[in-house]
Design a protein around this ligand. Structure first.
Ligand SMILES: Nc1nc2c(ncn2[C@@H]2O[C@H](COP(=O)(O)OP(=O)(O)O)[C@@H](O)[C@H]2O)c(=O)[nH]1
Ligand SMILES: [Mg+2]
Length: 220
Protein backbone atom coordinates (compact mmCIF):
# COMPACT_ATOMS: atom_id res chain seq x y z
CA UNK A 1 0.00 0.00 0.00
CA UNK A 2 1.34 3.38 -0.98
CA UNK A 3 -0.48 5.66 1.45
CA UNK A 4 1.23 4.51 4.67
CA UNK A 5 4.64 4.87 2.98
CA UNK A 6 3.93 8.47 2.02
CA UNK A 7 2.65 9.15 5.53
CA UNK A 8 5.79 7.76 7.14
CA UNK A 9 8.04 9.85 4.89
CA UNK A 10 6.15 12.98 5.91
CA UNK A 11 6.19 11.97 9.58
CA UNK A 12 9.98 11.46 9.47
CA UNK A 13 10.32 14.84 7.77
CA UNK A 14 8.14 16.52 10.42
CA UNK A 15 10.29 15.06 13.19
CA UNK A 16 13.45 16.56 11.70
CA UNK A 17 11.60 19.83 11.03
CA UNK A 18 10.74 19.99 14.73
CA UNK A 19 14.42 19.52 15.62
CA UNK A 20 15.40 22.29 13.18
CA UNK A 21 12.83 24.56 14.85
CA UNK A 22 14.20 23.75 18.27
CA UNK A 23 17.68 24.71 17.13
CA UNK A 24 16.43 28.02 15.66
CA UNK A 25 14.61 28.78 18.92
CA UNK A 26 17.69 28.00 21.02
CA UNK A 27 19.79 30.28 18.84
CA UNK A 28 17.18 33.06 18.67
CA UNK A 29 16.95 32.90 14.88
CA UNK A 30 13.67 33.49 13.04
CA UNK A 31 13.56 31.26 9.94
CA UNK A 32 11.48 32.30 6.94
CA UNK A 33 10.62 29.73 4.25
CA UNK A 34 10.01 31.51 0.93
CA UNK A 35 8.07 29.51 -1.65
CA UNK A 36 7.07 30.44 -5.21
CA UNK A 37 7.21 29.38 -8.83
CA UNK A 38 10.53 29.77 -10.69
CA UNK A 39 11.15 33.39 -11.62
CA UNK A 40 8.51 34.93 -9.31
CA UNK A 41 11.26 36.98 -7.66
CA UNK A 42 12.32 35.05 -4.55
CA UNK A 43 15.98 36.02 -4.80
CA UNK A 44 15.06 39.59 -5.74
CA UNK A 45 12.78 39.86 -2.69
CA UNK A 46 15.48 38.49 -0.38
CA UNK A 47 17.97 41.02 -1.78
CA UNK A 48 15.50 43.90 -1.39
CA UNK A 49 14.66 42.80 2.16
CA UNK A 50 18.35 42.60 3.07
CA UNK A 51 18.69 46.19 1.82
CA UNK A 52 15.93 47.31 4.23
CA UNK A 53 16.87 45.23 7.27
CA UNK A 54 20.63 44.84 7.26
CA UNK A 55 21.10 47.66 9.79
CA UNK A 56 18.39 46.25 12.08
CA UNK A 57 19.00 42.49 11.99
CA UNK A 58 21.78 40.03 11.23
CA UNK A 59 20.64 38.12 8.17
CA UNK A 60 21.64 34.77 6.67
CA UNK A 61 20.33 32.96 3.60
CA UNK A 62 19.96 29.37 2.46
CA UNK A 63 19.40 28.99 -1.26
CA UNK A 64 17.59 25.92 -2.57
CA UNK A 65 17.90 25.14 -6.27
CA UNK A 66 17.89 22.06 -8.45
CA UNK A 67 21.35 23.05 -9.72
CA UNK A 68 23.88 25.91 -9.78
CA UNK A 69 24.98 28.50 -7.24
CA UNK A 70 23.77 31.51 -9.23
CA UNK A 71 21.42 32.79 -6.49
CA UNK A 72 23.88 32.15 -3.66
CA UNK A 73 26.53 34.08 -5.58
CA UNK A 74 24.15 37.08 -5.86
CA UNK A 75 23.54 37.00 -2.10
CA UNK A 76 27.25 36.52 -1.28
CA UNK A 77 28.03 39.69 -3.25
CA UNK A 78 26.12 41.58 -0.57
CA UNK A 79 28.44 40.21 2.10
CA UNK A 80 25.62 38.17 3.64
CA UNK A 81 26.37 34.62 4.90
CA UNK A 82 24.80 32.17 2.44
CA UNK A 83 24.73 28.43 1.79
CA UNK A 84 23.55 26.83 -1.44
CA UNK A 85 21.66 23.54 -1.36
CA UNK A 86 21.45 21.74 -4.71
CA UNK A 87 18.66 19.18 -4.70
CA UNK A 88 20.02 17.44 -7.83
CA UNK A 89 16.57 17.22 -9.39
CA UNK A 90 14.41 17.30 -6.27
CA UNK A 91 11.50 19.73 -6.60
CA UNK A 92 11.50 21.01 -2.99
CA UNK A 93 13.69 21.37 0.07
CA UNK A 94 13.04 19.00 2.96
CA UNK A 95 13.90 19.20 6.64
CA UNK A 96 16.84 16.84 6.28
CA UNK A 97 18.49 18.91 3.52
CA UNK A 98 18.06 21.99 5.67
CA UNK A 99 19.54 20.26 8.71
CA UNK A 100 22.59 19.25 6.66
CA UNK A 101 23.12 22.86 5.56
CA UNK A 102 22.78 24.50 8.97
CA UNK A 103 26.28 23.69 10.32
CA UNK A 104 27.68 25.80 7.48
CA UNK A 105 26.15 28.92 9.05
CA UNK A 106 26.99 30.45 12.42
CA UNK A 107 23.47 30.66 13.85
CA UNK A 108 24.80 32.45 16.94
CA UNK A 109 25.47 35.42 14.71
CA UNK A 110 22.08 35.55 12.98
CA UNK A 111 18.65 37.03 13.78
CA UNK A 112 16.79 36.13 10.58
CA UNK A 113 17.41 33.23 8.19
CA UNK A 114 15.76 33.37 4.78
CA UNK A 115 15.33 30.00 3.11
CA UNK A 116 14.67 30.25 -0.64
CA UNK A 117 12.82 27.07 -1.51
CA UNK A 118 13.03 25.41 -4.93
CA UNK A 119 10.78 27.14 -7.49
CA UNK A 120 7.65 25.00 -7.57
CA UNK A 121 3.98 25.57 -6.76
CA UNK A 122 3.14 22.08 -5.49
CA UNK A 123 5.74 20.16 -3.51
CA UNK A 124 7.23 22.76 -1.12
CA UNK A 125 3.85 23.12 0.63
CA UNK A 126 3.98 19.49 1.80
CA UNK A 127 7.43 19.43 3.37
CA UNK A 128 7.89 21.37 6.59
CA UNK A 129 11.38 22.66 7.22
CA UNK A 130 11.03 23.97 10.76
CA UNK A 131 10.73 27.61 9.71
CA UNK A 132 8.71 30.02 11.86
CA UNK A 133 7.24 31.86 8.91
CA UNK A 134 5.83 30.33 5.74
CA UNK A 135 5.82 32.96 3.02
CA UNK A 136 4.41 32.54 -0.46
CA UNK A 137 5.47 34.78 -3.30
CA UNK A 138 3.18 35.25 -6.29
CA UNK A 139 3.89 37.52 -9.23
CA UNK A 140 1.69 39.45 -11.63
CA UNK A 141 2.78 37.74 -14.91
CA UNK A 142 1.78 34.33 -13.50
CA UNK A 143 -1.88 35.36 -13.68
CA UNK A 144 -4.71 35.99 -11.22
CA UNK A 145 -5.99 32.39 -11.35
CA UNK A 146 -3.14 30.76 -9.44
CA UNK A 147 -4.87 30.60 -6.01
CA UNK A 148 -7.65 28.65 -7.73
CA UNK A 149 -5.23 26.27 -9.47
CA UNK A 150 -2.68 25.73 -6.69
CA UNK A 151 -4.72 26.00 -3.48
CA UNK A 152 -2.27 23.95 -1.42
CA UNK A 153 0.38 26.63 -1.69
CA UNK A 154 -1.91 29.40 -0.48
CA UNK A 155 -3.35 27.48 2.45
CA UNK A 156 -1.35 27.62 5.63
CA UNK A 157 1.06 30.38 4.68
CA UNK A 158 1.49 33.32 7.06
CA UNK A 159 2.37 35.88 4.43
CA UNK A 160 1.67 36.36 0.75
CA UNK A 161 3.87 38.74 -1.20
CA UNK A 162 2.50 39.72 -4.61
CA UNK A 163 5.51 40.81 -6.64
CA UNK A 164 6.03 42.69 -9.93
CA UNK A 165 3.17 45.16 -9.41
CA UNK A 166 5.14 47.48 -11.72
CA UNK A 167 3.86 45.21 -14.53
CA UNK A 168 0.16 45.74 -13.72
CA UNK A 169 -0.32 48.29 -16.55
CA UNK A 170 0.96 45.76 -19.12
CA UNK A 171 -0.40 42.40 -17.95
CA UNK A 172 -4.02 41.35 -17.59
CA UNK A 173 -4.31 40.67 -13.87
CA UNK A 174 -7.47 41.23 -11.85
CA UNK A 175 -6.27 41.89 -8.30
CA UNK A 176 -9.81 41.60 -6.95
CA UNK A 177 -10.26 38.13 -8.45
CA UNK A 178 -6.86 37.09 -7.14
CA UNK A 179 -7.56 38.36 -3.61
CA UNK A 180 -10.99 36.71 -3.60
CA UNK A 181 -9.38 33.35 -4.38
CA UNK A 182 -6.81 33.87 -1.63
CA UNK A 183 -9.44 34.95 0.93
CA UNK A 184 -11.42 31.75 0.35
CA UNK A 185 -8.34 29.66 1.13
CA UNK A 186 -6.58 31.69 3.77
CA UNK A 187 -8.59 34.64 5.13
CA UNK A 188 -5.99 35.68 7.74
CA UNK A 189 -2.89 35.77 5.53
CA UNK A 190 -0.93 39.03 5.55
CA UNK A 191 -0.75 40.31 1.96
CA UNK A 192 1.90 42.67 0.59
CA UNK A 193 1.81 44.07 -2.93
CA UNK A 194 5.38 44.87 -3.93
CA UNK A 195 7.76 45.55 -6.77
CA UNK A 196 11.33 44.42 -6.35
CA UNK A 197 12.26 46.65 -9.30
CA UNK A 198 10.90 49.94 -7.92
CA UNK A 199 11.05 48.89 -4.25
CA UNK A 200 7.38 49.80 -3.71
CA UNK A 201 5.74 47.92 -0.82
CA UNK A 202 8.94 46.23 0.34
CA UNK A 203 9.12 48.41 3.45
CA UNK A 204 5.74 47.13 4.74
CA UNK A 205 6.86 43.53 4.29
CA UNK A 206 10.18 44.23 6.00
CA UNK A 207 8.46 45.92 8.95
CA UNK A 208 6.02 43.00 9.29
CA UNK A 209 8.99 40.62 9.46
CA UNK A 210 10.66 42.69 12.17
CA UNK A 211 7.43 42.71 14.20
CA UNK A 212 7.19 38.92 13.88
CA UNK A 213 10.81 38.58 14.98
CA UNK A 214 10.27 40.77 18.04
CA UNK A 215 7.16 38.80 19.04
CA UNK A 216 8.92 35.44 18.60
CA UNK A 217 11.98 36.51 20.57
CA UNK A 218 9.84 37.90 23.40
CA UNK A 219 8.00 34.58 23.58
CA UNK A 220 11.27 32.59 23.46
N1 LIG B 1 9.33 43.73 -13.67
C1 LIG B 1 9.77 43.11 -12.56
N2 LIG B 1 10.67 42.12 -12.66
C2 LIG B 1 11.10 41.53 -11.53
C3 LIG B 1 10.62 41.91 -10.25
N3 LIG B 1 11.21 41.11 -9.32
C4 LIG B 1 12.02 40.28 -9.99
N4 LIG B 1 11.97 40.53 -11.33
C5 LIG B 1 12.70 39.83 -12.40
O1 LIG B 1 12.20 38.49 -12.47
C6 LIG B 1 13.26 37.59 -12.82
C7 LIG B 1 13.34 36.48 -11.79
O2 LIG B 1 13.74 37.01 -10.52
P1 LIG B 1 14.42 36.14 -9.40
O3 LIG B 1 14.52 36.99 -8.19
O4 LIG B 1 15.66 35.50 -9.92
O5 LIG B 1 13.28 35.02 -9.20
P2 LIG B 1 13.33 33.59 -8.45
O6 LIG B 1 13.58 32.57 -9.49
O7 LIG B 1 11.96 33.44 -7.85
O8 LIG B 1 14.40 33.67 -7.41
C8 LIG B 1 14.52 38.43 -12.91
O9 LIG B 1 14.74 38.75 -14.26
C9 LIG B 1 14.18 39.67 -12.09
O10 LIG B 1 14.89 40.79 -12.49
C10 LIG B 1 9.66 42.98 -10.17
O11 LIG B 1 9.17 43.38 -9.12
N5 LIG B 1 9.27 43.53 -11.37
MG1 LIG C 1 16.07 32.46 -7.06
Amino acid sequence: MKVPVVKSILAANDQIAQENRQLFDEKGVMAVNIMASPGAGKTSLILRTIERLRDKARIGVIEGDVASSIDADRIAQEGVPVVQINTGGGCHLDANMLRAALPSLNLDELDILFIENVGNLICPANFRLGAHIQAMLASIPEGDDKPYKYPGMYQGVDALVVNKIDLLPYVRFDMERFRKGVAALNPDVAIFEVSCVTGKGVQDWAEWLMQKKDTLLRRG
